[in-house]
Design a protein around this ligand. Structure first.
Ligand code: B12
Length: 226
């Protein structure tokens, strides 16, 4: 499959905010196994979102249009979930009760939730048991949930630089108040751009890509499924 050609075809529908054709065009090639989930997310959907406003790229569409386009991508990602599970099970699978749990969330005031939603599927593909909380997670509520689920990892996504401080405060609070010490991972656009260290951020891991998560899975599970 020529991804560049497919990307251009997809963009003709996406830029018209034509939900039906955008979703159908993608789901046809996903169901025909002409593209895998990682390539779809990283080579088609992420560039489509970055085309809205990226580094040194002036935003040419309105905020409402940005919401419509994000919602189209969100629909595609949710339609892909059954394929994510099938892909995970293709070579090897770890029993549900043996999978490590990871809560994925955005700090308060962080509404960019598509990146972490993709990351949820990256964790699933790497045999984790992700629990996705989405954008703008209230701090108080979070502590109760973590105590109930007791995940091995908390993965925090930050897209807007201004939310790095909020994320740091949330991590400090977790480390101070929880009855155990889950490992904290951070990632996202702001983390990649600002390049603060793990120590400065007060976290255990800074990860970004599917390959980073795969490397973590190798540490956790060994080489069993590759
Ligand atoms: C879509 C979008 C929105 C949508 C979000 C809708 C939604 N439901 O998610 C809406 C319209 C709501 C929005 C609002 C705003 N946005 Co906006 N938005 C974007 C845009 C165009 C795309 C974001 C996106 O979905 N990217 C695609 C995903 C897949 O990429 P990603 O987030 O980088 O995630 C990948 C990796 O980083 C990684 N990853 C992500 N999180 C994590 C976490 C972990 C643990 C790991 C391992 C990996 C990982 O995995 C993903 C897949 O590879 C970006 C442009 C950009 N270049 O990012 C601006 C951008 C992020 N927005 C920006 C801004 C400024 C805003 C607003 C403040 C605008 C305003 N004035 O109102 C508000 C703030 C809202 C808020 N309080 O959070 C700026 C942020 C700059 C900054 N200051 O830091 C950007 C960079 C645009 C720009 N160039 O100026 N936005």
């Amino acid at each position: 499959m020529d991804y560049q050609e497919f990307y251009e075809k997809f963009m003709t529908h996406f830029e018209k905010e034509d939900k039906e054709n955008s979703v159908n065009t993608v789901m046809q090639i996903v169901s025909g196994r002409e593209i895998d989930i990682i390539d779809l997310y990283t080579k088609i959907l992420t560039p489509a979102l970055y085309s809205i406003a990226g580094d040194n790229l002036e935003q040419k569409i309105t905020i409402s249009q940005e919401h419509i386009r994000t919602s189209i991508i969100r629909t595609i990602i949710e339609c892909c979930y059954p394929y994510v599970v099938v892909e995970r099970n293709l070579n090897y699978t770890i029993k549900k009760e043996n999978r490590k749990k990871v809560i994925i969330l955005c700090p308060e005031d962080e509404y960019h939730e598509i990146g972490p939603r993709m990351v949820e599927d990256f964790f699933t593909l790497n045999h984790y048991e992700p629990i996705f909380l989405g954008g703008n997670t209230p701090r108080e509520d979070l502590m109760t949930l973590i105590e109930e689920i007791k995940p091995e990892y908390i993965a925090v996504s930050v897209a807007n630089y201004y939310n790095i401080v909020t994320a740091k405060k949330m991590v400090e609070k977790m480390k101070a108040q929880l009855s155990y010490t889950p490992k904290v991972i951070v990632g996202g656009y702001a983390i990649r751009k600002k390049k603060e260290s793990k120590n400065e951020l007060g976290v255990d891991y800074i990860l970004d890509t599917f390959e980073d998560i795969q490397a973590l899975a190798r540490e956790d599970y060994g080489d069993v499924f590759s």
